[in-house]
Design a protein around this ligand. Structure first.
Ligand code: SF4
Length: 97
């Protein structure tokens, strides 16, 4: 199973602007997507293709609400959601700077 340092998105902070998706797609890796969330018309960003991430931090740099965190090196399975929350609490990340 591959191991990587990956970004993740704090849904409480994400406003669904998709700037992270746009920069990541424009630079090539194309890791992020915005998913619909009930009660939130713009959706929320999430890591959709963890195996494509090159850990360049571009998404962290563009997020206006500092919703994106680096995650400690972790195992992931391509095509599967990355389990970053425990009991509904975001507990494995740290903020840039
Ligand atoms: S840039 Fe930040 S606020 Fe905008 S969609 Fe991405 S995570 Fe959400």
């Amino acid at each position: 199973m591959p191991i990587a340092i990956l970004p993740d998105v704090d849904e409480q902070r994400c406003i669904g602007c998709a700037l992270c998706v746009e920069i990541c797609t424009a630079l090539g890796p194309d890791v992020l997507r915005v998913k619909p969330v009930e009660g939130w018309k713009r959706g929320k960003a999430f890591v959709f293709y963890p195996e494509r991430c090159i850990s360049d931090g571009a998404c962290l740099g563009v997020c206006p609400t500092h919703a994106i965190f680096w995650m400690r090196p972790l195992e992931y399975t391509a095509g599967q959601p990355v389990p970053l929350h425990k009991n509904g609490v975001f507990d494995k990340g740290w903020e840039e700077g």
